[in-house]
Design a protein around this ligand. Structure first.
Ligand code: C5P
Length: 400
């Protein structure tokens, strides 16, 4: 993932060099942007050496109309679109004021207005400047706009005074960046088995029964789990999705194949999340030859498939088990019944008839039903955010 690190002019600017190293340890690609005053405290060369990239120090290069200069004049737009996050550390009172009021006179302030990526600021300044109502009201405005603020520490300040204003610790800033990017490492050492997508049940060599599941929810869970440091086994029915990096991907087609894969691999997992839309019925007999068209009606006998989740729930060991319930009516009643019947710890229920929920959407609207009777309704979120909320809840349950 790519982040832009804005360095502004405060004594703490030298600490940004250590921050670059720390972020690189998390495999983040860091582009440094320095304000003019930052360059009074530390030279761009330090950051260029650390990142292996040209540091962006100004909005316009030479005063000519050469193609290279036109390119540099619109570079802020290119950087704005490329980054996953804008971090400013240290952030002076001046930059907070510019951001709060949308005054864009240099590269960093223009980048702030031009990017849709999340923004994190780590202020550092003299205690009186920090406590000044102007600074606090600028911060309140930025917070209200969704900017994440890593509050400064208290202590001895370079100006000789003592109080709040010292740049937060590198680790605290890095942690906030990782958490905003969804890269927390709180699943380190955990092994998560996720099922995703539909299953296909063959009627004959060319026809099958399936459902509208796209696999997006399960893949988002696998992706979020990997980013948080888990080992992930993704047992997937057929989908068109990109396989998330670093997952152990096990492709399957039928419920029977999914059951075999899950039972074979669940011994390795301490968290099992069954997001697949598994067929509940399959043809009692699959025809070896293609069914021929005829004049009479055709009745196909279906038999129930094995319930993989119920089977796992009956033999849980120390595992935390999460099931999904895609419903079109009586959500709570059905979810509670499923919690009991399948021996799950959490049922994630959604009304697939709602706009922005269910199959093949990028968002979902779900309620988590817990064994202890609690119900946690979540707002409409991206499937990636829903995945993280489910993982948060699993961690809370496992810690209690
Ligand atoms: O009973 P229902 O199909 O609505 O339950 C949904 C949940 O049960 C999902 O977590 C799904 O992955 C799981 N399931 C299963 N095996 C089946 C059917 C559903 O594991 N045969």
């Amino acid at each position: 993932m790519k982040i832009a690190l804005g360095v502004t002019g405060g004594v703490a600017a030298y600490k940004a060099a250590e921050l670059v190293r720390r972020l690189q340890q998390e495999k983040l690609d860091v582009q440094v942007v320095m304000t003019r005053s930052a360059q009074e405290f530390i030279t761009p060369l330090t950051f260029a050496a650390l990142t292996g990239k040209k540091v962006i120090t100004e909005m316009f290069g030479e005063r000519d109309a050469s193609p290279a200069n036109v390119e540099s004049a619109i570079e802020h737009i290119a950087v704005a679109q490329r980054i996953d996050l804008l971090l400013v550390a240290p952030a002076t009172a001046d930059i907070l004021g510019h951001f709060a009021h949308g005054i864009a006179g240099d590269f960093l302030t223009t980048l702030y207005l031009a990017t849709k990526a999340p923004v994190v600021v780590a202020p550092a300044m003299n205690v009186n400047m920090w406590e000044h109502p102007a600074t606090q009201s600028n911060l309140a405005a930025l917070r209200a706009r969704g900017v994440h603020v890593v509050d400064p520490d208290e202590g001895y300040l370079a100006c000789g005074m003592t109080g709040a204003g010292r740049l937060a610790a590198t680790e605290a800033i890095a942690k906030k960046v990782l958490s905003v990017l969804g890269l927390r490492h709180d699943l380190e050492g955990q092994s998560v088995l996720v099922t995703a997508g539909p299953t296909c049940e063959d009627l004959d060599p060319v026809r099958f029964l399936t459902n509208r599941s796209s696999g997006k929810m399960g893949y988002a869970i696998a992706d979020a789990s990997v980013r948080r440091g888990a080992h992930v086994i993704l047992v997937s029915g057929p989908t068109d999705l990109r396989i998330p990096e670093s997952v152990d991907w096990v492709p399957v087609r039928t419920t029977e194949e999914m059951r075999t894969a899950v039972l074979e691999r669940c011994g390795e997992a301490n968290i099992v999340i069954m997001a697949a839309a598994v067929a509940d019925y399959r043809p009692a007999a699959s025809q070896a030859q293609k069914l021929k068209r005829g004049d009479a009606g055709l009745t196909i006998e279906l038999e129930p498939t094995p319930d993989i989740l119920a089977q796992l729930g009956g033999n849980k060991g120390g595992r935390t088990i999460v099931g999904f319930a895609a419903e079109t009516e009586r959500i709570a009643e059905n979810a509670r019944a499923k919690l009991q019947r399948k021996g799950a710890d959490i049922i994630v229920a959604n009304d697939v008839t709602q706009e922005g929920a269910g199959f093949d959407t990028d968002t979902n609207i779900v309620t988590l039903f817990l064994r202890d009777g609690r119900e946690i309704p979540l707002p409409k979120l991206s499937k990636f955010d829903v995945a993280n909320r489910i993982l948060d809840q699993i961690l809370t349950l496992r810690a209690s």
